[in-house]
Write a new protein. Structure first.
Length: 347
């Protein structure tokens, strides 16, 4: 670390929730031609479904230019965009998945989300009881009605489409990790320095298979790439999963204090907004964390989010030490996912 590492970064990615509540430019409507272009592209697919088509098979003459600007905003701007204007009631469930996949292929390359080959996940209550799961793996927690703590997914871009929402709760929470870094630089630089040091974490078997789950790895919460670009990959759940495994040192008091302060500042600086059907939330996983409040399904509706992980061709270079987690640290590389180096697109 250098003094510059622990200095504020600033820029458009260092937003606060209060600022986004006043400046809603991050909420972007699809262009007027989008619906007609999407319907035409959908009709041209025939019987093909994800992952058996890519962007070239889902042509969007005018909308593609709009999506290219969205991709730039995600990498070089705020790192957060919410798209509006898609009507999920217009499409059968299988067609809605094809539409979502086709749109997202214009932003990057879809990735496998676990070693069983899940490529387009449905994040919904799978408990059968509506009970909130507050312990165990991240997948178990997310597929229940419980709240989710601040975390990132292992991809450059996370895309979530709200197909339907629960009758109460399920508020989306997003925070700028650049803003967290800057706040800690001003308030508690000693704890910020701890987050630039390695912390051990592990990924669970239900995401990456038994082999990967048995190999904890060290990686800092905050880091800078070879050109100084900021990145943060974090889940406190994964840190907790590593504890007690062979060769993993116990967390120090300073590490616990640093993670506690990170969470408190994230709660302070985040934006919270209901997630409405048809909206697509796009988050750069190097500069944002996300979470949610608990929710309740019922006779009035059930919450279901469609999720795609993307490797972005515009992505930043990562530190060399991140290769074990990402597979490839070069800018614009095919990286991340449960099987690094593997595209979810069919050959």
């Amino acid at each position: 670390m250098t003094p510059e590492t622990l200095s504020p970064i600033g820029g458009r990615a260092a937003w606060t929730g209060a600022e986004l509540a006043q400046d809603t430019g991050w909420i972007m409507p699809l262009p007027p031609a989008a619906t007609q272009e999407i319907d035409a592209a959908l009709a041209g697919l025939g019987e093909r479904a994800p992952p058996r088509f890519a962007a070239a098979d889902f042509p969007l003459p005018e909308t593609a230019g709009f999506l290219a600007r969205v991709a730039e905003e995600l990498e070089h701007g705020r790192g957060l965009v919410r798209l509006t204007g898609l009507d999920p009631a217009r499409y059968a469930p299988a067609d809605l998945k094809r539409v979502f996949w086709g749109l997202m292929c214009h932003l990057g390359t879809p990735l496998p989300q676990n070693t069983t080959g899940e490529i387009l996940a449905e994040v919904k209550d799978e408990t059968g009881s509506g009970a909130a799961v507050s312990a165990g793996t991240a997948r178990a927690r997310s597929r229940s009605t419980g709240p989710l703590r601040w975390h990132t997914d292992k991809c450059d871009l996370l895309a979530l489409l709200c197909a339907s929402n629960g009758i109460a709760g399920g508020v989306s929470r997003i925070v700028s990790t650049v803003a967290i870094q800057d706040a800690m630089a001003a308030r508690c630089p000693d704890l910020l320095a701890v987050l630039y040091e390695d912390v051990w974490r592990a990924r669970p078997a239900d995401e990456e298979g038994e082999g990967m789950a048995s190999r904890p790895f060290p990686m800092p919460v905050f880091a800078r790439g070879p050109k100084g670009d900021f990145t943060s990959q974090y889940s406190r759940t994964y840190v907790e999963l590593a504890q007690g495994q062979p060769g993993v040192p116990p967390l120090t008091e300073r590490q616990v204090a640093a993670m506690d302060r990170l969470a408190a500042i994230a709660d302070e600086l985040c934006i919270e907004m209901p997630f409405e059907p048809g909206q697509i939330q796009l988050m750069n996983q190097h500069v944002t964390y996300h979470g949610r409040t608990a929710y309740a399904d019922g006779a009035g509706g059930k919450r279901n989010l469609l999720r795609i992980w993307l490797a972005s061709p515009l992505s930043r270079a990562l530190p060399a030490g991140h290769a074990g987690q990402w597979g490839d640290v070069r800018a614009g590389a095919l990286r991340g996912g449960a099987m690094p180096g593997r595209s979810a697109l069919a050959a």
